[in-house]
Design a protein around this ligand. Structure first.
Ligand code: ZN
Length: 360
């Protein structure tokens, strides 16, 4: 794997490669953009490319065991050891702005065991502090990061810390990290990946190089979904609904699965469906937005295919669904909003089970 494995972020990858090529790597970088668009994977590739030695790693095959010196017969019968065969020269990777995938550093990074590339997230924190996984990154974890940053790299040129979903740091934890960003030890890079940069303190932002990630083009999203094993027709439908985010496409896929489990004749199916919303209001809002996007896509395709009075009917429904979609960004009851949208769509001719059929 190298930067070529990052799809749909060509300009950003170009910019990062230029940073590596120039040798002027900022000590603090913030990768920001919607969830599910490749920020974390790119951060890992960036760390690999920084630390790549560009020379293939080879190991000689283990030598055969030496004969036992106490066993005179075996020692006498043993042939003289053959000279070690010459290994062909190691392949050298000439592109210094990308990783080679074949040197010791790249092999260690690929197996998640690189001593100088540390991923800091809530799962890592749980192991570090020996406690259950929490949703926040704590001061103690950031202090530990600061301590590691003071140490010299063990193997590679750069010590890279990737703080994944950095919005999990509450302000006190961000303040604990600030010292490292203010006086970065030489050879240290801290990458924060974040969906909403407004969740970071202005003091963190002002000390960091901002790298924006755009939404994924539908073609890239489709390719990624197919590579993950989704059927091509389903991948195309999810890519259209995914709004440029792999995470959103996965939400849409989960919804479609839920919808396909509903019994079409069940009078209470809409209420049952809406009752299944998560209790967490942030998650509920995101799910309602995804479902409204699915309804909008379906209504739009029905509107495009319709004519005469049916077209007028779908125009009214489309406007109404758009209004409801806008309301999802306000402080409303998401349960009621979803129920209203589903009931009005059903009355307008778009049934919830129609959502399972891919949008043409
Ligand atoms: Zn390498």
């Amino acid at each position: 794997m190298s930067f070529s494995s990052i799809l749909g972020q060509d300009n950003t990858v170009k910019r990062l490669r230029a940073l590596i090529g120039s040798g002027r790597v900022p000590p603090a970088i913030i990768f920001h953009g919607a969830p599910g668009i490749g920020k974390f994977l790119t951060a890992v590739e960036f760390a690999k490319a920084l630390n790549c030695s560009h020379t293939e790693h080879r190991e000689r095959p283990p030598a055969p065991p030496a004969p036992d010196e106490n066993d005179l017969f075996a020692a006498a019968a043993a042939p003289a050891p053959a000279p070690e065969p010459e290994l062909p020269p190691a392949r050298v990777h000439t592109d210094l702005s990308d990783s080679c995938g074949a040197c010791l550093s790249c092999l260690q990074a690929a197996s998640g065991a690189h001593p100088d590339i540390r991923i800091v997230d809530t799962a890592f924190q749980a192991a570090l502090l020996d406690e259950a996984e929490s949703s926040n990154l704590k001061i103690d974890t950031m202090r530990e990061l600061t301590r590691w940053a003071q140490q010299k790299p063990m193997l590679a040129k750069w010590k890279v810390f990737i703080v994944r979903d950095a919005e999990a740091m509450m302000p006190p934890a961000q303040n604990a990290l600030l010292k490292t960003l203010e006086e970065p030890p030489p050879g240290t890079v801290v990458i924060l990946t974040v969906s909403k940069k407004t969740s970071l303190l202005s003091t963190i932002i002002s000390r960091s190089c901002m790298v924006e990630f755009g939404r994924l083009p539908a073609a890239a999203l489709k390719t990624i979904l197919e590579a993950q094993g989704t059927e091509p027709v389903q991948a195309a439908a999810l890519a259209a609904l995914g709004a440029g985010s792999l995470e959103k496409a996965a939400d849409a896929a989960a919804f479609l699965k839920q919808v396909s489990a509903l019994r079409p004749g069940d009078q209470s199916k809409i209420f049952k469906f809406a009752a299944g919303l998560p209790r967490d209001s942030h998650k509920a809002r995101e799910e309602v937005k995804t479902l409204l996007d699915l309804l909008l896509a379906k209504t739009r395709s029905s509107w495009a295919a319709a004519s005469g009075p049916a077209k007028v009917k779908f125009t009214v429904l489309l406007r109404r669904t758009l209004d409801l979609r806008r309301m999802a960004d306000r402080n409303v009851s998401y349960y009621l909003l979803l129920e209203t949208a589903l009931l009005e769509s059903e009355r307008g001719g778009i049934k919830i089970e129609d959502l399972v059929r891919p949008v043409a």
